[in-house]
Write a protein that binds this ligand. Sequence first.
Ligand SMILES: Cc1cc2nc3c(=O)[nH]c(=O)nc-3n(C[C@H](O)[C@H](O)[C@H](O)COP(=O)(O)O)c2cc1C
Length: 216
Amino acid sequence: MTSISGTRVADNIHFYEPAQGHGLPHDPFNAIVGPRPIGWIASRSSEGVLNLAPYSFFNAFNYHPPLIGFSSIGRKDTLRNIEQTGEFVWNLATRPLADAMNISCAPAPPEVDEFALAGLTPAVSRIVNVPRVAESPVSFECRRTQIIELQGVNGDGVGSWLVLGEVVGVHIARHLLTDGVYDTAAAAPILRGGGPADYFEIGPDSLFHMRRPAWP
Ligand SMILES: Cc1cc2nc3c(=O)[nH]c(=O)nc-3n(C[C@H](O)[C@H](O)[C@H](O)COP(=O)(O)O)c2cc1C
């Protein structure tokens, strides 16, 4: 144990205050909060250009209605499109689609169709005017519910926007439904780890079961 400003701290714990820097070769934040599911978001500009990009600051936030969201670090084409049209489609990024997902993150100008760039097929959606990725086994058609600029503890905007949407249509490839139950591992979803290039693939070996404790 050592003493810093009268506080006893363990030598075997690396502590840092992010505002002062992490003091490590690489920022560990993304590697710790990971692996993260990927929001592979399709959108359409008001001029009609298709857009596709991955967002790993992504998750689900509610069951009924189902709400999902992702964070745009800075103002990107996806954010602008959803501001303008109020619609987007989430697509499941799987191991066979990893390279295409990665290509779709290229900082292409707004006039570039990122479906075409990534060699993917736009499939017409049923409810929203944004196509889903035909090659992806699961897609959610979404309508924007909120766009919130994130703030630091001082209340100042940080220049990142949380985009939330309600899932209004769900497409699931039937081969992922075993007796009607969705098989997460069978889809081979990929998740984002830390560093410049770490990903994880989910397979059956990752699965274990644990039920919530009964109370009382
Ligand atoms: C796996 C992966 C996850 C990413 N996650 C995010 C994210 O959460 N937020 C973000 O702003 N950019 C993220 N990016 C970078 C965007 O995909 C990239 O800036 C892209 O060009 C944005 O496209 P757009 O301008 O068409 O929306 C990620 C990239 C990859 C490859």
